[in-house]
Ligand binder design. Structure first.
Ligand code: PLP
Length: 394
């Protein structure tokens, strides 16, 4: 027996552990000081009442013989797929319900989707980005090339035709940079993918934070994208489902090569390795798309959006370069005075007792940058912004 030696190639993911460790050591040494955390990527507001009511109702159904349900469809219940289909319809994206697969969240699908692609594909991943893309491909022993995101391209890299790729990751609005592609920019990526005969894995986990008309909420707003793109989305940040677990992946029928349909392959994969999302959770997820659910979720999103605007406004006042803040719960700022990511982390913690996330943890191009999140409470965010302003005003 041999273990998968590709695991040796994964960098030790110490980022959040190191952040927590430094913050708790500081707090222990300074018990009289209040440490404010703007580092977390997790939501803090509870699930909307319309959603929990639907889940309660579903629990009661499970308690009665007449309405009890056992195994559900691998691809998700029709009632939820239909809700998601009409959600896309409102965006002017026409899908068939059987192009939508309900999942237990975007992270699982981002890792599992690799099952349907050949081993010898070359993978193109932006740097910096959500580390799951890199790690899952290293585990699978695939060759990775990087698309450099940096200050000069506003952390939105565009295709380079000198680079050959088979599987292209796009995360928009991006974690950690908060930068979001426009439809016109995505058109360039779709053109590139079609020319290279490649597939785009489009992570839309933060689409519900988009407020600008110019930013794209789906890759399928681009003509031709159905032939080359899979869209992976989540209710985690949209509806506070980080602990409840529900998302969806769209695989259009038009995505086919050499007699293989991506939709069929994924169905086959899921039918083999996945037994579906719990009925109770899917009932809750369906309620996210009802008028009441939407209204309540919008109120929660508005809290995070106000926090993001507050942090972005602070950077504007301080003259600090940043991306995000709009269309995203993340603010990605350039560390002042040429400081490194960890240097700024310590500076902020020691002098303002504010915790953020060092950009270097998201890829080599993240060095010298720093992520603040809008997922804290309004009070914490306000206080943190005031402290940052006081510290960095010269
Ligand atoms: N994609 C991105 C870009 C994320 O930032 C996250 C979570 O932080 C996920 C996917 C994971 O989402 P889920 O909770 O649905 O697994």
């Amino acid at each position: 027996m041999k273990f998968n030696s590709d695991f040796k190639n994964i960098a030790e993911n110490y980022l959040f552990a190191e952040v927590a460790d430094r913050a708790s050591k500081y707090a222990a040494a300074h018990p009289d000081q209040k440490v404010l955390k703007l580092g977390i990527g997790d939501v803090t507001l509870p699930i909307a009442p319309a959603v929990t009511a639907a889940m309660h109702g579903a629990v009661d159904e499970m308690a009665r013989k007449e309405t009890f349900r056992g195994y559900g469809p691998y691809e998700g219940y029709g009632f939820l797929r239909e809700c998601i289909r009409s959600y896309y319809d409102e965006m002017d994206v026409e899908l068939d319900a059987d192009e939508i697969f309900v999942s237990d969240g975007a992270k699982s699908d981002l890792g599992n989707i690799l099952d349907i692609f050949a081993k010898d594909n070359t993978i193109l991943i932006p740097d910096p980005v959500y580390p799951v893309y890199v790690d899952t491909n290293i585990m699978a022993g695939r060759k990775i090339v990087f698309a450099d995101a940096n200050e000069s391209n506003g952390f939105l890299p565009m295709p380079d035709y000198n680079v050959d790729a088979d599987v292209i990751y796009i995360c928009s609005p991006n974690n950690p940079t908060g930068a979001a592609y426009s439809v016109a920019q995505l058109e360039e990526w779709v053109k590139y993918a079609l020319e290279k005969d490649a597939v785009i894995l489009y992570d839309a986990a933060y689409e519900s934070f988009i407020t600008d008309k110019s930013a794209a909420r789906s890759i399928y707003l681009v003509k031709g994208a159905k032939k080359c793109a899979i869209e992976i989305c989540s209710l985690s940040k949209t509806a506070g489902f980080t602990g409840t677990r529900c998302g969806y992946t769209v695989i259009p029928h038009a995505l086919a090569r050499d007699g293989y349909s991506a939709n069929n392959l994924w169905f086959r994969r899921q039918a083999t390795k996945f037994n579906g999302v719990p009925y109770v959770i899917q009932r809750g997820a369906a309620a996210v798309f009802t008028p009441d659910g939407r209204k309540q979720i919008k109120q929660n999103l508005a809290v995070y959006q106000r926090n993001a605007a507050k942090i972005a406004g602070c950077m504007d006042e301080l003259g600090i370069w940043y991306t995000g803040g709009k269309n995203s719960p993340y603010i990605w700022l350039k560390c002042p005075n040429g400081m490194g990511s960890w240097e700024f982390f310590d500076y902020l913690l020691n002098n303002a007792q504010v915790v953020g996330t060092p950009g270097a943890g998201f890829g080599k191009n993240g060095e010298g940058f720093f992520r603040l999140t809008a997922f804290g409470s309004e009070e914490t965010t306000q206080e943190a912004v005031e402290r940052i302003k006081k510290l960095l005003t010269v």
